[in-house]
Design a protein around this ligand. Structure first.
Ligand SMILES: C[S@@+](CC[C@H](N)C(=O)[O-])C[C@H]1O[C@@H](n2cnc3c(N)ncnc32)[C@H](O)[C@@H]1O
Ligand code: SF4
Length: 477
């Protein structure tokens, strides 16, 4: 497709965007609110007492758990990143951290009287969990796979940065991952534009990124590659050039993130300051909408469809089961490591973001969490709409299982009906899902189900229209 053709459909989206701003659905200044990944978002969890957190918690009947392990180490700090990490070579610190992870898993096993975790799906992320020596990587994987029963594990994911997968040492790391059963890699490519990669302060260039993807594909890993749009320095024309290169890459999945400037993780990224210091380089929201529509149309013309939000694949089956279980099914997931989080049906727990506190709590024999939230019935009903509606679809039978109530009987059902009237939602006897129009504005739509105290942007930013998230939910207070 030519750029001029892509721009026809992109302009139409921009018109819709303005129309929905008038209705109060989208911030007037075009600010982006990434919603429906966690509810509430990570930065909003209050401190929690240890006993309170697990009061009334029942272990899943089938005993199966998804596990996330976080490695807070990177070679350098990327400008867009909102996660706390340590940078550079810290071999001793990494050894100590792996020791602590081992103890943390032991504390968990003891708490639930388990010999091993019956692992459904694993995700090892960060940070850069492959930014380890081969010896450290192998040591961690040995510990991890010893503490998990992997006989029924369906997917073993690693989130990695390309510079750790290249050259001889990169190939050695890939072999170790393979030997321990890892079968899916998500590689943060971020951009195909050398200038943008430099400004992002990424630890790799384009050539290295392509080498990493090739190595991963050659060794038989299901390979997911990630990109960011809306970053300073990108233009509509340069984004078109990036997309042309992206579709030529042989990968299984292509993931597109709109740049988030405000922190959604545990530390504000440098990008906010950069935007403040260089306002002339921030990309106009209309152009960001165009870039997003270009992804749908251009990738679509190559047979790549958005099968779970943000993720474009040729086959529906190629998705992260970890993300699917978290967002669409609401299954129990346990997080280990600094800032690791656990999502346990009606509750959410976050590990500390402070290294000293992390080590101290583990030395004291405690799970290292310090924030969390046990949802009451109404909050649970919101959560069970927000996550699956945003990311995939709501399965009515699953909704009842996780909330105890039929979706037709929730106080939120009238909002669903209202959104059907606007053409954002469709419903059958089994499911509720976003239409194509709804999918494009999914973040804004699911915000309509948020409790107002958790809406991350102020009321003054929204028009007083019928879809203003502050007024639409006021009757549910
Ligand atoms: C949890 S991050 C881990 C990234 C991984 N450590 C790496 O460096 O490739 C997962 C993905 O989120 C996206 N991401 C991270 N920060 C972002 C931001 N501020 N705005 C938009 N997307 C972002 C990036 O595409 C990134 O690869
Ligand atoms: S984006 Fe990835 S590599 Fe970059 S600082 Fe963040 S976690 Fe580290």
């Amino acid at each position: 497709m030519e750029l001029k053709d892509l721009l026809i459909s992109a302009e139409k989206r921009v018109n819709e965007f303005h129309e929905f701003q008038k209705l109060g659905l989208i911030c007037n200044n075009g600010d982006y609110i990434p919603a429906g990944i966690h509810y509430p978002q990570i930065t909003q969890y209050p401190a929690i007492d240890h006993d309170e957190m697990y009061k009334g918690y029942t272990f899943p009947a089938d005993g199966m758990i998804d596990v996330y392990v976080h490695f807070p180490f990177c070679s350098k700090r990327c400008m867009f990143c909102h996660y706390p990490s340590l940078y550079g070579n810290n071999d001793n610190i990494k050894d100590r951290y792996i020791d602590a992870l081992e103890k943390e898993m032991d504390i968990y096993l003891k708490k639930f009287n388990l010999e091993k975790i019956k692992l459904r799906v694993a995700l090892i992320g960060g940070g850069t969990p492959t930014d380890l020596t081969t010896k450290q990587l192998e040591r961690f994987l040995k510990i991890f796979t010893t503490k998990c029963d992997m006989s029924k594990t369906r997917q073993f994911n690693y989130d990695v940065s390309p510079h750790t997968l290249i050259g001889d040492i990169g190939l050695e790391r890939l072999q170790i991952l393979k030997d321990y059963g890892v079968n899916r890699l998500t590689i943060g490519i971020q951009s195909m534009d050398e200038k943008v990669l430099k400004l992002m302060n990424r630890p790799h260039n384009k050539k290295e990124a392509l080498e990493a993807i090739k190595n991963s594909m050659n060794m038989g890993f299901e390979t997911d590659i990630e990109f960011i749009y809306g970053f300073p320095g990108q233009t509509i024309e340069s984004w078109y050039e990036e997309l042309k290169q992206i579709v030529q890459i042989d990968a299984n999945e292509y993931q597109f993130y709109r740049l988030m400037v405000d922190a959604f993780g545990d530390r504000q990224g440098l990008i906010k300051q950069y935007h403040e210091n260089h306002p002339e380089e921030s990309i106009n929201p209309d152009n960001i909408i165009k870039m997003k529509q270009m992804v749908f149309d251009y990738l679509g013309s190559y047979g790549l469809k958005e099968n779970i939000r943000r993720v474009f694949t040729r086959k529906k089956s190629c998705i992260s089961l970890y993300a699917f279980n978290q967002c669409c099914r609401g299954l129990d997931q346990v997080g280990f490591g600094l800032t690791g989080f656990s999502s346990l049906r009606d509750r959410f727990v976050l590990n500390t973001k402070d290294f000293d506190t992390y080590y101290k709590m583990i030395d004291d024999g405690k799970l290292p969490y310090d924030r969390g939230y046990v949802r009451d019935s109404i909050a649970q009903q919101r959560w069970a709409i927000i996550l699956p509606l945003k990311n995939y679809f709501i399965k009515k039978s699953r909704y009842k299982e996780v909330t105890g109530i039929d979706i037709e009987k929730t106080i939120f059902y009238p909002i669903i009906q209202q959104l059907k009237g606007y053409g954002f939602i469709e419903e059958t006897d089994e499911i509720v899902k976003l239409t194509d129009k709804g999918v494009f504005f999914s973040d804004d739509i699911v915000l309509l189900f948020y409790e107002t105290k958790f809406i991350p942007k102020g009321r003054e930013l929204f028009n007083d229209g019928p879809l203003n998230p502050y007024s639409i939910t006021s009757f549910t207070k």
